[in-house]
Ligand binder design. Structure first.
Ligand code: FE2
Ligand code: FE2
Length: 161
């Protein structure tokens, strides 16, 4: 089964966005690591791994459907942050943007009556609900704790939230 060119191109672009998210999360993780906030760092290192897995999932789909993998250039991530809130807000904004991108991929698959494509993308639709929700929640807690007491996030995260 061949993937359509339009979806193939859009997925290649999405692979760039997923790798870009991975690099951004690595950078955020190193920021927290440098601040001595090891649990926050671990959370973002793990997120970075997940984004890489997302990219690989898209790549595998393109290969499995006889398409062409063309990984685009990935922009350098934002490197410095003045607060935990800024870093987590950036992450939430990124997740919202990715959600919109996934919806656009879905639009293409639907317009082409590409049922395999829609079925494949359903996983990402569901995943984004989870990603946006968890980042939104993290931002709420970070804001509630406040920058001055940000070390309390370590205790919060240690309790498995
Ligand atoms: Fe992702
Ligand atoms: Fe994500």
């Amino acid at each position: 089964m061949m993937i359509g060119k339009e979806l193939n191109d859009a997925i290649n672009a999405q692979v760039g966005a997923e790798f870009g998210a991975s690099l951004q999360y690595v950078t955020i993780a190193t920021h927290f690591d440098g601040e001595g906030l090891k649990k926050l760092a671990a959370l973002f290192y793990k997120q970075a791994e997940e984004e890489r897995e997302h990219a690989m999932k898209f790549i595998k789909y393109v290969v499995d459907t006889g398409g062409e993998v063309r990984i685009p250039a990935v922009a350098a991530p934002k490197a410095t942050f003045t607060s935990a809130e800024e870093a987590v807000k950036l992450s939430l904004d990124w997740e919202l943007e990715v959600t919109a991108q996934i919806n656009k991929l879905y639009d293409i698959a639907r317009a082409k009556n590409d049922y395999a494509g829609q079925n494949f993308l359903n996983w990402f639709v569901e995943e984004q609900v989870e990603e946006v929700n968890s980042m939104d929640n993290l931002l709420k807690v970070v804001r509630r704790v406040g920058e001055k007491n940000i070390v309390m996030m370590e205790a919060y995260l240690a309790h498995g939230n």
